[in-house]
Design a protein around this ligand. Structure first.
Ligand code: HAM
Length: 421
């Protein structure tokens, strides 16, 4: 019989790892809530045009990576490759801006990009991220970068990463710079890589984040976008820098940071780590002051970031975070079929008191169940055998110090109440 396997680039999150996801997710919920952000959940698929219009027709995501199909009613749908567009769609659809001038959201969920799978790069991956709507001022940048920093601190990752910051100016600044960059690169066009040749016409700014060493050194002598900033662009970036310094958040200005999505204006940033290998971006984001309007809403500035959860988990030091699988408190051994109703009743009552209890549904021998109890890491064992059933008692054994005693069945809940007190 054919045995099925998961699709290339997708992964099962097995119980040996899922508890790490819970831990990271609980940090995200806690920190975002502390900063006044509320969770938003949007559908896994959307109309394709939503992504084409926002991420950009010439972007890698839209040209190569989307999982799209024509639905039975002929609408073209896409598994979401990112979440900013979906959140903006929801913001517009539900007129969320009318609730209060500032809206702050966070999300956690799966995304889909048909990229070549490798370490830290999957076709189904997961992000947590945040989006804030309503403020054009630099303190909004400060707030969202502070959230990223806070989550990194809680995961003890601040030493392993670097925050790169840039401004790509407004669209006016970019269109003048685009021409200057093209004029500079034109004489070298034949020497550029195939990818950069393509980008020369479609999206020349993306050539700036080339990984090709020859192109990088050529660009060192090229025009810089900062030479084309308006006074407002420059002042805004300076303010962001000041606020980051005020919060003791270290950053480096990377003039070649442009990001691969078309909706950004002014501030862009990325957090990278050398320990991640070639897929070194842990988190990326920026300001998108025209996106809400471009997707049919009222002109509203926006800014956010998203982080790859799989990449976070690659970096987290399990020992430092004491990421121990939570062990059961009690392993309940019932050796007689006639005792099962009693053991089920007691187990449920103790669970309601907060104890984590497991038992053996295979009716195995005392020896096998005891071995299993030791392996499970449980602190206590309760044993209900023939003798205890006759005497209406139950054996309590502390596996940490091997102390053991008989307790009347009707007093067992009280006994555990006192144990925790
Ligand atoms: P992005 O840079 O495309 O930005 O993705 C953000 C993060 O998602 C990356 O830094 C990386 O950690 C992770 N990531 C991306 N692709 C993959 C993949 N194939 N496998 C594993 N991890 C991956 C965005 O998605 C924007 N929506 C961020 C944003 C929010 N900008 C403003 N608001």
């Amino acid at each position: 019989m054919k045995q099925f396997r998961s699709i290339k680039g997708t992964h099962d999150i097995l119980p040996k790892d899922s508890y790490k996801w819970h831990l990271l997710e609980s940090i995200v919920h806690e920190v975002c809530t502390k900063f006044g952000y509320q969770e938003i959940r949007t559908p896994i698929f959307e109309e394709s045009n939503l992504f084409t219009r926002s991420v950009g027709e010439e972007s890698d995501i839209v040209t190569k990576e989307m999982y799209s199909w024509k639905d039975k009613d002929n609408t073209v749908l896409t598994l979401r490759p990112e979440l900013t567009a979906s959140v903006v769609r929801a913001y517009n659809q539900h007129n969320l801006g009318s609730l209060a001038p500032i809206q702050r959201y966070y999300y956690i969920g799966p995304l889909f990009r048909r990229e070549r799978p490798q370490k830290g790069r999957q076709r189904q991956f997961h992000q947590f991220g945040i989006e804030a709507f309503g403020s054009k001022f630099a303190e909004q940048e400060a707030e969202i970068i502070a959230i990223a920093w806070h989550i990194l601190s809680k995961c003890e990752l601040n030493e392993k990463i670097s925050l790169q910051l840039n401004s790509i100016g407004t669209s006016k600044c970019r269109s003048v710079y685009r021409e200057a960059l093209k004029n500079f690169l034109a004489p070298y066009l034949t020497e550029l890589s195939e990818a950069s040749k393509k980008r020369f016409n479609s999206n020349p700014l993306r050539i700036l984040d080339t990984k090709n060493e020859k192109e990088r050194s050529l660009l060192k002598n090229g025009p810089k976008i900062s030479d084309y900033y308006s006074k407002d662009d420059q002042d805004h970036l300076d303010e962001v820098k000041d606020y980051l310094s005020a919060m003791d958040i270290p950053f480096i200005i990377n003039p070649n940071l442009v990001r691969g999505l078309d909706y950004y204006t002014k501030t862009v940033f990325e957090i990278t780590s050398n320990e991640l290998g070639s897929q070194d971006a842990l988190l990326g984001g920026g300001r998108y002051d025209n996106l809400v309007e471009n997707l049919g809403g009222r002109p509203t500035p926006g800014i956010g970031f998203a982080a790859g959860i799989e990449r976070f988990l690659l970096l987290i030091d399990e020992k430092k975070l004491k990421l121990n699988q939570p062990n059961p408190d009690i392993y309940f051994i019932c050796l007689e079929k006639t005792g099962l109703s009693i053991s089920l009743n007691i187990s449920n009552k103790l669970r309601l008191k907060g104890y984590k209890i497991i038992s053996d549904p295979l009716r195995r021998s005392m020896k096998a169940q005891m071995r299993d109890a030791n392996k499970s890491g449980a602190k206590y064992v309760l044993i209900l055998g023939e003798k205890e059933l006759q005497e209406n008692t139950i054996i309590f054994k502390n596996l940490e110090n091997s102390h053991q005693k008989n307790i009347e069945q009707k007093k067992i809940i009280k006994f555990f109440d006192n144990l925790t007190n």
